[in-house]
Write a protein that binds this ligand. Sequence first.
Ligand SMILES: [Zn+2]
Length: 276
Amino acid sequence: MGSVYNTARWKRLRCVKLSESPLCEPCQRRGDLTPASHVDHIVSIASGGDPFPPLAGLMSMCPPCHSIKTSAKDRAGGKGVAFKGCDESGKPFDPDHPFFNRLNNRATLVCGPPAAGKTTYVRNHRKTGDLVIDFDAIAVAISGETGLKRATPAELIPFVCEARDALIKRLRRRHDLRHAWVIAAAPALADRHPLAESIDARIVVLDVDEQECERRIIADPTRVDFRARHIDAVRSWWADYVPEPPHTPLEGPESFRGRPMEKEQTQLVPTRDWSF
Ligand SMILES: [Zn+2]
């Protein structure tokens, strides 16, 4: 790490940052004008941050603010909230505050009936290092049997639920993930909203119609033994389904209110890719 700070590249970047933002940014958010002499990585190099990020990834600071941040982080094992308090819009001073997980849309809850294409949707949007919380994948992982993909035996279900809930619980705390994806049937608002809110997720509902889901289930060789069960599950999903209410309009890119809803047309994909 020390080597980064000795490079000509860092020294140049530091100068550019201090000339762009000559005042201490935490002080400025509290309304104080203090000259900055330190340049801090918003995502530390130790936690995987880019050593030479764009200027927005750096923060100009005065020495006292910098040492407050450093000691708060050290006390909390690198995960502390360094700056307490919020500005007048309710935005925390500390750029590492978990509040910003939501701003950055760092989690997505993907919902829909069996064969709607939830797993495919996540596969097409995820990137390396993302977390994917998928009931079926957990069942496969804890049973050692790939053949379970489409039907988890009843006696395994409580273990799968507990493993999934442990991952969701961990997701509620501060983390360094780029993005987390949670796959759930969740037909009712009462299923979707508490979960989405607890992990600051945006919601994607793949509301593929009943006939199309049934067609896919019948065409899917991996579902051949579970057709009736999966078609039943599609019917009960549609019976319980409550669409998202129209969301409150966003008030510009700085707004934290509202939860943009995305509705996707699911394209045709190979049958083996459709998730339960
Ligand atoms: Zn300061």
